[in-house]
Ligand binder design. Structure first.
Ligand SMILES: Cc1cn([C@H]2C[C@H](O)[C@@H](COP(=O)(O)OP(=O)(O)O[C@H]3O[C@H](C)C(=O)[C@H](O)[C@H]3O)O2)c(=O)[nH]c1=O
Length: 181
């Protein structure tokens, strides 16, 4: 397993070791001991989520606030996404900065996202299965977020404007300037 910290402190790109043979491929998706050794973190995941999306679907930018904040370990089982995180940790030197990475069935890459980040992804292939672990439970009342096309964040989601499909809930998310108040 290769673990690389991003320029956003505490965020790690994880590349599992893949064992291929004439039958196909095998890899350990998650190994708590190795994960903790390589990241120096001690995380207790309590909930696994999965979503399936067609090309053009954009989910985000979301987070849960306060005591319901979630750290996430995200990956793609099938298909491809552009995964995007925005640092909104209080007093972080990289507050407002974003990091994006292509996660796919092909590259097997995973992203560990600490608490205090907005998270979203754009779906780049049909029938994309997005799977992730959370270290805190879902709490609808604690949900918050920022509109995906916020001018201040200026994120390139790698989709044409006319192919983007978002939920009614995401259509009315606030701007980053409003969010940070
Ligand atoms: C997140 C979640 C949702 N739900 C229910 C609530 C809705 O009835 C339905 C769809 O939820 P939502 O539209 O919020 O799903 P996404 O737009 O994929 O939201 C996720 O998108 C981005 C990428 C994230 O990182 C978050 O985990 C999460 O906000 O599932 C649950 O029952 N439990 C949950 O943990």
């Amino acid at each position: 397993m290769k673990v690389t910290e991003t320029f956003l402190k505490g965020c790690f790109v994880i590349e599992p070791t893949v064992f291929g043979d004439k039958r196909g491929r095998f890899f350990e998706v998650f190994n708590k001991k190795i994960f903790e050794e390589k990241t120096g973190l001690n995380i207790e995941f309590v909930q696994d989520n999965q979503s399936i999306s067609q090309r053009g679907v954009l989910r985000g930018l979301h987070l849960q606030k306060g005591e319901h904040a979630q750290a996430k370990l995200v990956r793609v089982i099938q298909g491809k996404v552009l995964d995007v995180i925005v640092d909104v940790r209080k007093n972080s030197p990289t507050y407002g900065k974003h990091f994006s990475i292509e996660l796919s069935e092909e590259n097997n890459k995973q992203l560990f996202i600490p608490r205090g980040f907005l998270h979203g992804f754009s779906t780049l292939e049909d029938n994309t299965i997005f799977s992730y672990k959370c270290d805190n439970y879902y709490n609808k009342k604690a949900e918050d977020g920022v509109i995906y096309n916020d001018k201040a964040l200026n994120i390139d989601w790698r989709l044409e404007k006319n192919e983007i499909l978002i939920s009614e809930k995401d259509k009315i998310l606030t701007t980053f300037l409003e969010f940070r108040k």
